[in-house]
Design a protein around this ligand. Structure first.
Ligand SMILES: [Zn+2]
Length: 267
């Protein structure tokens, strides 16, 4: 089967991972800009990171026959320093212009703090002004629902942003319904040790249907699994779901969402 992983941090993964993904059917990935596991010390670090995402990593992926696209943005974990944030916001447009950049992401909230909200607001305005796709990170903490609601209210108060061009990621059972009701796409993230098992993701598709959902591994520098999408597809197969439904969830859906950016292509 063919799979698109719309959220995976390949700069943290090995060439063995790329090979495993390629031979398993994951031929297209998109990588959001995010926290590197430590706070970066200057705008120059972001310059290097954005260059890695837009130039170096697509070239590394291509050696394994994998198409690699990215998202550019300032993540919420590094949004507390408003001075640095302003500098980063100033350099984001030139990286969004690059051929592999699909839009703003992953932007959103982490602790729902005042500064995070300010930086998110500025990035939503930029996305609206440039008509960019948006990939949203929602808090992993206990206030996921609160953070998701704040983010959705902020987006809906910006009339230039069409919710069907926004993917709200790391959704869980208690947030999926509201995200869908308000017209957004939602993302389910698979984490090996905590939440988001293949079983839970398969349950969510059974309960909420296969419309406007994208499933991703979000594999990064921490404990994670770049083949998690395939394992979830397998769980759906084990439960007796039709191949056409599985292909819709893991290939046609991400293709439909991502193709709203004309730079996107897939194999
Ligand atoms: Zn991520």
């Amino acid at each position: 089967m063919k799979v698109i992983d719309p959220h995976i941090h390949m700069i943290s993964r090995t060439t063995d991972d790329y090979l495993q993904m390629a031979v398993s059917g994951i031929h297209t990935v998109t990588e959001p800009a995010f926290w590197a596991g430590f706070d970066r010390s200057s705008a120059n670090s972001f310059h290097d990171y954005f260059r890695q995402l837009t130039v170096e990593e697509p070239a590394r992926a291509a050696r394994f026959g994998i198409l690699h696209f990215c998202w550019i943005g300032l993540n919420s974990k590094e949004a507390e320093d408003l001075g640095l944030a302003e500098e980063i916001l100033g350099i984001i447009p030139r990286y969004l212009d690059r051929p592999k950049a699909l839009g703003l992401g992953e932007i959103g909230l982490n602790k729902n703090s005042r500064n995070e909200i300010k930086v998110l607001e500025a990035q939503l305005a930029l996305a609206a002004q440039r008509n960019e796709l948006i990939l949203i990170h929602t808090p992993h903490l206990e206030d996921k629902l609160k953070g998701t609601r704040i983010i959705m209210d902020m987006i809906r108060s910006e009339p230039r942003i069409d919710p069907s061009r926004v993917l709200i990621d790391h959704a869980e059972e208690h947030t999926i319904g509201e995200i869908k009701d308000r017209g957004f796409w939602y993302g389910l993230t698979l984490y090996p040790h905590s939440k988001g098992s293949p079983e839970r993701a398969a349950d969510a598709v059974e309960i909420h249907g296969s419309e406007r959902v994208c499933i991703n591994s979000s594999a990064d520098w921490s404990v994670s699994d770049p083949l998690a999408t395939l394992k979830t597809a397998n769980e759906m197969r084990r439960r007796g779901h039709a191949e056409a439904l599985i292909e819709k969830v893991f290939y046609e859906n991400p293709k439909a969402f991502l193709s709203q950016c004309p730079k996107f292509e897939t194999r």
